[in-house]
Design a protein around this ligand. Structure first.
Ligand SMILES: CC(C)(COP(=O)(O)OP(=O)(O)OC[C@H]1O[C@@H](n2cnc3c(N)ncnc32)[C@H](O)[C@@H]1OP(=O)(O)O)[C@@H](O)C(=O)NCCC(=O)NCCS
Length: 323
């Protein structure tokens, strides 16, 4: 096979979307699955930091993957990181080294472009990626129970978040990252992308399948806490959240407000990849477990770069940051 790596655009992109749709459609129609990708690429962050590549054998698309140009904060330094997603080999080509070939070539290119690490989320047994030197990073998903004490919801100004809140949100993210060894260095554009991605997925899906809430608590005309939550099949996933108060008391109060507005009898199950230490006092961690998808990372060239082992307490990574 004379293999080449090409940007997945035009007919190659359509082939890749056809191939990957069955696995990763998230409830979208095939048409909207294509729109979802195109719209992410049209955001300011997506246009500059996200694309797809394909491994071609002549006219045949053998394998493909998403490529993210990420900034992670690792041990206090901002590092450019190749984020890899949606690794897929066409069934007819499986078991012949195509995925490893594509990943190796992507990493060579990334290294030449100045990336220092590569990272991905493995939905399959991590052993596959361990073969090419990725190591797991521990991440914890927590299930929260919120105290719904009587007397009504807390009196606080909670409103929809929007563009003017992004500087305050970026500041809250940076403050939280201070205490972690690994986190995403989140620019305003990146945060806007995280919110837009959830809204697009909800908006392009069947009505009512997903509901997105992006809320801020305001004090003195400034966002002092925020939450991005997605309701899906009776579960609320906290995709992202933050609070000026390191203990998260305002975030807890926001969850109480959200629950007080929740019409149904059955209470939602609330989950999130809450960073260590951010367990609002109004909540209780009812369960904690490793995330189903395993974050994995490796240095690209310089083997002396700081590497895990990291403990779960040292990682601040929201589900909304997932790539
Ligand atoms: C996983 C996948 C990309 C591998 O593609 P491939 O081109 O066959 O991979 P390679 O030939 O380079 O490597 C084959 C290895 O993949 C491993 N593999 C395939 N599916 C696997 C799975 N579900 N769990 C763990 N390992 C898996 C095989 O065990 C094999 O390992 P071996 O060489 O030690 O036997 C392909 O099976 C696929 O597209 N699956 C569906 C999409 C998917 O799950 N992608 C991963 C998202 S994280």
């Amino acid at each position: 096979m004379a293999l080449t790596v090409v940007p997945a655009v035009g007919p190659v992109l359509e082939r890749v979307l056809d191939d990957t749709f069955l696995l990763w459609h998230d409830g979208l129609t095939r048409e909207n699955y294509g729109r979802y990708w195109a719209a992410q690429r049209k955001t300011a962050w997506g246009a500059a930091h996200l694309d797809r590549v394909a491994l071609q054998d002549g006219p045949h698309t053998v394998a493909s993957a998403k490529r993210y140009d990420l900034s992670l904060r690792i041990d206090g330094r901002i590092r450019r990181v190749l984020g890899i997603g949606a690794v897929f080999t066409a069934p007819a080509y499986r078991g012949r080294g195509a995925a490893k070939e594509l990943l190796t070539r992507m990493m060579e290119t990334a290294e030449a472009e100045g990336h220092e690490f590569a990272a991905l989320f493995s939905e399959i047994a991590p052993s596959f990626y361990e073969q090419i030197d990725f190591v797991p990073v521990p991440l914890t998903e927590r299930r929260l129970e919120v105290d719904r004490k009587g007397g009504g919801p807390p009196a606080m100004l909670v409103r929809s978040g929007d563009d003017r809140d992004l500087p305050a949100i970026a500041e809250m993210s940076a403050a939280r990252a201070e205490g972690a060894r690994l986190s995403v260095a989140r620019s305003e554009d990146f945060i806007r992308f995280v919110v837009a991605r959830q809204r697009l997925l909800a908006g392009l899906g069947p009505p009512g399948l997903r509901d997105v809430e992006f809320l801020v608590a305001e004090e003195g005309h400034q966002a002092v806490a925020y939450v991005l939550s997605v309701a899906h099949r009776g579960r609320w996933t906290i995709e992202d959240a933050g609070d000026r108060d390191p203990a998260g008391a305002r975030l807890g109060a926001m969850l109480q407000v959200m629950l007080s507005r929740h019409p149904g009898e059955a209470l939602p199950e609330i989950r999130g990849w809450l960073p260590h230490g951010l367990v609002p006092p109004q909540t209780r961690v009812a369960a904690a477990a490793p995330t189903p998808e395993v974050l994995m990372i490796r240095p690209l060239r310089d083997r002396r770069l700081p590497l895990p082992p990291l403990s779960p307490e040292e990682v601040a990574f929201w589900q909304g940051d997932r790539f």
